[in-house]
Design a binder for this molecule. Structure first.
Ligand SMILES: NC(=O)c1ccc[n+]([C@@H]2O[C@H](COP(=O)([O-])OP(=O)(O)OC[C@H]3O[C@@H](n4cnc5c(N)ncnc54)[C@H](OP(=O)(O)O)[C@@H]3O)[C@@H](O)[C@H]2O)c1
Length: 284
């Protein structure tokens, strides 16, 4: 099984890694990249793509599978732009961190044919660093890859995509765009915002370069890992999942207030015990 001709739009961490993984697994006969001239040159040098175009519409011409690996709002804009240029029967998917906006754009663009033309996705893999230089053929090995079909019917072209994703090491899970965005607000977006908030709190309290901050160990470094994430990507994630993120922040603000209120009461220990038990369950 191969996906034959594939286009990857957005040759950064996710798109570059995907192209490398598809190539290594022999899943694509030809990989077309889409990005700025400089990025295409870099991708050719790294043997990520076979050919490339700066024009998204041109890049999808004749391709059987099109992967959008750009920031969420960019993918939506480009989806509408490339739709008339897609080969009949070609399947579009994406790796965006939120799914409702992309799914809505797919429905708007393709109407009753949306399920045949688009299968939105989100690999639960990634790193706090971005860019093609960090791409790796191993990025998706062992990761969960959420797919949010636009209708119940699973088509042969969907199965073909799923089989390719499984071959590069992904475990497929299904969700709805709504459920995905609500859950991810808690499991991904909230951890990111907590890391960012922690960094900002340290900055405000100690200022940059304060020697007092040498007094830190692995715990802080673990908590701050995500604070190095790309602001442009997160701006678009926050914008496309505002209501769910606001709900998650409200809930954690309430939890933090409760913790502050019980620092010296027996309830403090109860909270730690509850959290420890829940976390152990999550890991098993
Ligand atoms: N990073 C993660 O941990 C992670 C995890 C899961 C999902 N995602 C999702 O994956 C997507 C990509 O994220 P990433 O981490 O791969 O970011 P990235 O490394 O910054 O890559 C994004 C790429 O998109 C390119 N791009 C932007 N606008 C474009 C346009 N109009 N036409 C063509 N290419 C364009 C950028 O080009 P330049 O290189 O020229 O700037 C860059 O190469 C996002 O939707 C994100 O939500 C990310």
């Amino acid at each position: 099984m191969t996906l034959n001709r594939v286009t990857v739009i957005g040759l950064g961490l996710m798109g570059g890694s995907l192209a490398l993984a598809l190539r290594r697994a022999g899943l694509a006969a030809h990989i077309v990249g889409c990005g700025r001239e400089e990025r295409l040159r870099q991708a050719r040098e790294m043997c990520v793509i076979d050919s490339g175009s700066v024009d998204a519409g041109e890049s999808v011409r004749g391709s059987d599978f099109v992967f959008f690996c750009t920031p969420v709002e960019t993918s939506i804009k480009l989806l509408k732009q490339v739709a008339p240029r897609l080969k009949p029967g070609a399947l579009v998917t994406d790796v965006g961190s939120t799914k409702q906006a992309f799914a809505a754009a797919a429905r708007e663009t393709f109407g009753s044919a949306a399920n045949e033309r688009v299968l939105p996705g989100h690999p639960l893999a990634g790193r706090e660093v971005s860019g093609l230089a960090h791409a790796s053929a191993d990025l998706y090995k062992g990761c969960r890859w959420v797919l949010t079909p636009l209708a119940g019917e699973m088509l042969p072209v969907h199965r073909c995509l799923i089989s390719a994703l499984e071959t590069i090491g992904a475990h497929i899970i299904f969700s709805t765009p709504e459920e995905h965005d609500h859950t991810l607000a808690y499991t991904s977006h909230l951890p990111q915002l907590l890391s960012t908030a922690l960094s900002l709190t340290l900055r405000k309290t100690f200022g940059s370069g304060n020697p007092a901050l040498q007094a830190h160990a692995g715990g802080l470094r673990t908590m701050l890992r995500l604070a190095e994430s790309d602001p442009v990507m997160w701006e678009q994630i926050a914008d496309s999942n505002q209501a769910n993120i606001a709900e998650a922040l409200e809930n954690i603000e309430a939890e933090l207030r409760e913790l502050r209120g019980c620092l010296t009461s027996p309830e403090f220990r109860t909270k730690f015990e509850l959290a420890r038990e829940f976390t152990k369950g999550l890991k098993s």
